[in-house]
Design a protein around this ligand. Structure first.
Ligand SMILES: [Ca+2]
Ligand SMILES: [Ca+2]
Ligand SMILES: [Ca+2]
Length: 497
């Protein structure tokens, strides 16, 4: 059954009736599938325990390459007939790729069926598995490769102090690619095209992708959206990163002025230390198993269409498998920073409305939002929500946000869940969910250092929460990665005083 979507219009009616409507009709956005093939075919089976967890995808490690060389590309002074040395660099990355100057491998006898052999592509090309391409400042075109399985990683990185610009990065049916320090935006291309800036794609015909790293990159649609109209947002905003490959790492990237932020549809992936700033869709999406989203910052949501905007969202609908073993740790979600930001809307914090969600850990997150959904899991099994701080962005008729474990929308109760050590205005624990050591925040509480500056560290006199938590299932570090507990015992909330 496809969930029904209602358009959230920002009605200023805080009635319980509206809450129920929101809760029931909250949808998975533009959820369109995900990986098929899992075992359980009904939420009732999964949540009742008649379900065998899947085995995590193995990522493997090729080890160090037998040899590695470094080549240079300079869009300003390079020449494709050079040898790629530092003294005689090639010109652009797109010319290198399109000129078949990278030796890699692709599957033969397509379509991919799991038993195809890998065959050499461009066997005599100068760039080989294990090599590094160093990019100097200037426009390098777009990087697009389909059928590109490297035996060892090929690293494509910025020269120190340089800002190499690409319009897009697409790896389809490939593995062992590392992208570091690149600037990705279509705004410098001859023709502006609103498309996903970085796409790591498992392809049904050409084969799966895996083992890709994207780190320290700067991704944006355009540099400045302060003048964008609603139409501009809906026609010009690129989504930042979309991954359907397994074993992919998205680390320390800056994503600005985008539609959706970082969407992970593969398994065994890590998303850490990224910033998603100024976004129109959802900030983060996790639609696979064995995912870690940690220490990311998602802020400034632009309400420009009927999408239900979420800081983080996951779903399992139609024939999707359950979502297993996802960790959300130490992320910060801020609905909006500037009270005068255009197109301010209500952001659902961590919104998971279409489970089953199995063995999830949601800990040390800070959610600052003007919505009722602070952290919501609908249809969860053996999952825990511990040591989060969930606060209202502004005192008005919307919110304040809750921490909630609900039955699945089909009515099957959640089972085996724990809500502990959280600060939130309300806790809604259904079924057999254990709920203890939470602090129910009121508008008059003075627990935090500087809420106006989004600083939700605890004040020294916040006696109601300092040392008042339980050590049972409490994470060993806090949101600042400082050891917990500090002092005699665990504090309530995401920060240990
Ligand atoms: Ca959404
Ligand atoms: Ca509010
Ligand atoms: Ca303490």
């Amino acid at each position: 059954m496809k969930p029904t979507c209602s358009v959230w219009t920002g009605l200023s009616v805080g009635s319980f009736f509206l809450l129920v409507i929101l809760a029931v009709f909250n949808c998975g956005g533009s959820g369109s599938g995900g990986t098929a093939g899992a075992s359980a075919d009904s939420n009732t089976d999964v949540l009742a325990g008649a379900y065998q967890p899947t085995t995590p995808v193995a990522c493997g490690d090729p080890g160090p390459p037998p040899s590695s060389r470094t080549f240079y590309l300079d869009p300003v002074n390079g020449n494709m007939s050079n040898d790629g040395s530092e003294a005689h660099p090639w010109r652009t990355l797109q010319e290198l790729v399109d000129g078949n100057m990278i030796s890699t491998r692709a599957y033969a006898n397509l379509p991919y069926n799991g038993n195809n052999a890998l065959v050499e592509k461009n066997a005599n090309a100068p760039v080989k598995a294990g090599d590094t391409l160093v990019l100097l400042s200037g426009f390098h075109g777009r990087f697009y490769l389909r059928g590109a399985y490297n035996e060892y990683p090929i690293t494509i990185r910025a020269a120190v102090g340089h800002r190499p610009l690409l319009s897009r990065i697409v790896v389809s049916a490939g593995s062992n690619w590392h992208f570091e320090g690149l600037v990705v935006s279509p705004s410098a291309a001859p023709t502006y095209t609103a498309d996903t800036l970085v796409r790591i794609e498992s392809h049904g015909w050409h084969g799966p992708s895996s083992r890709v790293v994207v780190e320290n990159c700067e991704l944006y649609s355009v540099g400045d959206v302060s003048g964008w109209s609603e139409t501009d947002w809906n026609t010009l905003a690129c989504s930042a990163i979309s991954v359907s490959g397994d074993c992919t790492t998205i680390r320390d990237n800056q994503c600005r002025n985008v539609n959706f932020g970082i969407t992970i549809g593969g398994n065994n992936c890590r998303v850490s230390g990224n910033t998603v700033e100024n976004f129109a869709g959802d900030g983060l999406r996790g639609l696979g198993n064995d995912l870690v989203f940690e220490y990311n910052v998602v802020k400034n949501c632009y309400k420009v269409n009927g999408n239900h905007d979420d800081g983080f969202q996951s779903w399992s609908i139609n024939d999707d498998p359950p979502r297993e073993r996802v960790v959300l740790r130490g992320n910060i979600f801020i609905n909006y920073e500037d009270p005068n930001q255009p197109f301010r809307g209500a952001l659902q914090g961590i919104g998971c409305f279409d489970g089953p969600y199995v063995d999830w850990v949601v800990e040390n997150n800070l959610v600052i939002t003007n919505h009722w959904h602070g952290i919501s899991l609908y249809g969860a099994l053996n999952s825990r929500i511990v040591n989060n701080t969930v606060v209202d962005r502004v005192e008005d008729s919307i919110g304040p946000p809750w921490v909630r474990v609900n039955p699945h929308k089909d009515g099957t109760p959640s089972r085996g869940c724990v809500i502990r050590n959280n600060i939130a205005a309300s806790i809604i624990a259904t079924g057999d969910t254990v709920e203890d050591h939470n602090y129910l925040l009121t508008a008059s509480d003075q627990l935090f250092v500087d809420p106006a500056a989004f600083d939700y560290h605890l004040r020294s006199d916040a006696a109601a929460v300092i040392d008042q938590g339980s050590s049972d299932l409490a994470p060993g570090e806090d949101l600042d990665r400082v050891l917990r507990p500090n002092g005699p015992s665990v504090d309530i909330g995401a920060y240990e005083f």
